[in-house]
Design a protein around this ligand. Structure first.
Ligand SMILES: Nc1ncnc2c1ncn2[C@@H]1O[C@H](COP(=O)(O)OP(=O)(O)O)[C@@H](O)[C@H]1O
Ligand SMILES: [Mg+2]
Length: 478
């Protein structure tokens, strides 16, 4: 505990002992993953983690809850709440020790450079006279060499610090996510390893959205891991709100259960838990979601980004080849999951639309304007003067944004803006042309593909089945 107390100081304050902290944090995160195995012997988290968790939780209590507040805010879309929350947390946990270290190095460097100049000046002032104090020409050379080599070693130190800082930033992001997960798990009423529906043994919390908690669970009948998405109605809601919520959830379920495809997360089961709660049972995807992947490595090599894009499109093509076509409407990194083999799967049909048979060529009316995550939605969804018509072209646009983000580490429109600001400043309505950074280098084929996906005018933008023909989405042996 002695060291831990010390490390608290370091992580939230000044200090340089980042390595100590990281190893403690690492341990806690590592332990958190081990909890699965503990479920069977009925140990609680606190018993399993002991002091490390007490420490982490005390930090969560003091540093996180106070900052972000607890509780569900179902009326706000979880994804952008999350983004803003992350930003706030990062600001609060900003660590200045790296900059002070760097400042120190720069000061030393400047001092050496000054000294070197002074020394040289002294030499030239003395002219060629061999003064004992000025030393022999050899001394001069040696001195100069000393300064140069010290400067070179400072440069190396600087590089190490920069690398450390990057690593620390990543670790901090992971820590924030894990703290939020533990906080959410602790506030959840399903955190005591219950067996639901006589069949699903709940393990740890995987993630939490605006309307749901997703737990890893073990299916005792099929003997496989599953993800249980627990949809909870707030008992304090009005009957009307509860009913509209139920309608929403039943729609999501009905759409999703009919989708059986390699690149779409399977929905296995649904059941009621009590009056205010029901559970959908999903195929378990043990990999990170794409959001977590991009937080850890914001830029992916084109080859890797392309194969993720292709898999998303295979899911979309399937959704558009059925008799009852479906618009996902909420394609974004958090809704792309990976299984243990790295196969990408689209999930979260909470906002999707069924395209009825009788829609005209324009598409269907968009009745739920305002929902979704604005960075990924096309301009037609922001149309205010009349009810917009939408089609699978919405998903084509979102996929284009996603692909751009995987390649360049940022979204093309409104990347640094909040959801609210995107609306206020009409960011997407103004998104007529996409610009590409010069780095990283990306093929012209990829850029052309993105341009096609991000065609401003939806009439000209290809729909899913049209863009499916694009050579960029097909692999053939060269
Ligand atoms: N099938 C699954 N396997 C593993 N993790 C999942 C699964 N489904 C959801 N999750 C985790 O839970 C998070 C929220 O799930 P999602 O279905 O997107 O719910 P929401 O509607 O609340 O956004 C996901 O981003 C992911 O991290
Ligand atoms: Mg989601």
């Amino acid at each position: 505990m002695l060291d831990i107390d010390k490390s608290i100081e370091v992580v939230w304050g000044i200090g340089v002992g980042i390595v100590v902290v990281l190893s403690v944090v690492h341990k806690v995160i590592h332990e958190a993953h081990k909890v699965d195995g503990m479920a069977s012997i009925g140990l609680s988290h606190m018993e399993v983690f002991g002091d490390s968790v007490m420490w982490l939780m005390s930090k969560v209590d003091h540093n996180v809850e106070g900052l972000i507040g607890i509780g569900m805010h179902p009326e706000v879309d979880s994804s952008y709440k999350d983004v803003e929350e992350d930003g706030r947390l990062k600001d609060q946990l900003r660590n200045d020790s790296f900059s002070s270290l760097e400042r120190q190095l720069i000061e030393t460097k400047e001092a050496i450079e000054r000294q070197r100049k002074l020394f040289k000046k002294k030499q030239s002032d003395k002219g060629d006279t061999t003064d004992a104090e000025a030393g022999l020409p050899e001394d001069v050379l040696i001195h100069d060499e000393i300064y140069k080599s010290r400067l070179a070693s400072i440069k190396r130190e600087e590089e190490v610090i920069l690398r450390e800082r990057d690593r620390y930033e990543l670790e901090k992001g992971r820590l924030i996510r894990e703290m939020k997960r533990i906080r959410d798990e602790d506030g959840s009423r399903f955190n005591n390893f219950q067996i639901l529906h006589h069949r699903y043994a709940l393990l740890n919390l995987l993630g939490k959205g605006g309307f749901s908690e997703v737990y890893k669970a073990f299916d005792l009948v099929e003997h496989r891991y599953v993800a249980c998405k627990l949809h909870g109605l707030n008992p304090q809601w009005s009957e009307e709100k509860k009913q509209s919520y139920m309608r929403h959830a039943i729609r999501e379920y009905n759409i999703h259960k009919s989708l059986v495809h390699h690149h779409i997360v399977r929905l296995w089961d649904i059941f009621e838990i009590d009056q205010n709660t029901f559970c959908t049972v999903l195929e378990y995807c043990s990999g990170k979601d794409l959001d977590a992947v991009l937080k850890a490595t914001p830029i992916l090599p084109e080859k890797e980004a392309r194969v993720i894009l292709v898999q998303i499109f295979q899911g979309l093509i399937y959704m558009n080849k059925r008799t009852q076509k479906i618009i996902h409407y909420d394609l974004k990194p958090g809704n792309v999951l990976f299984d243990e083999l790295g196969i990408a799967k689209v999930t979260d049909f909470g906002l999707s639309k069924i395209v009825e048979d009788d829609v005209g060529s324009q598409g269907m009316e968009l009745t739920s304007q305002g929902a979704g995550t604005y960075w990924y939605l096309p301009p037609e969804c922001f149309e205010l003067s009349k009810t917009p018509y939408i089609s699978s072209k919405v998903d084509v646009w979102s996929a284009g944004i996603l692909f751009y983000q995987m390649l360049f580490g940022r979204r093309p429109f409104g990347h640094d803006q909040t959801q609210e600001r995107i609306l206020r400043e009409d960011t997407i309505i103004k998104a007529r042309k996409v610009d590409f950074p010069t780095r990283p280098a990306v093929s012209n084929e990829a850029k052309d593909f993105i341009r096609r996906c991000l065609t401003y005018n939806q009439i000209e933008r290809p729909d899913v089945l049209t863009i499916a023909q694009d050579p960029y989405l097909t692999y053939s042996k060269k």
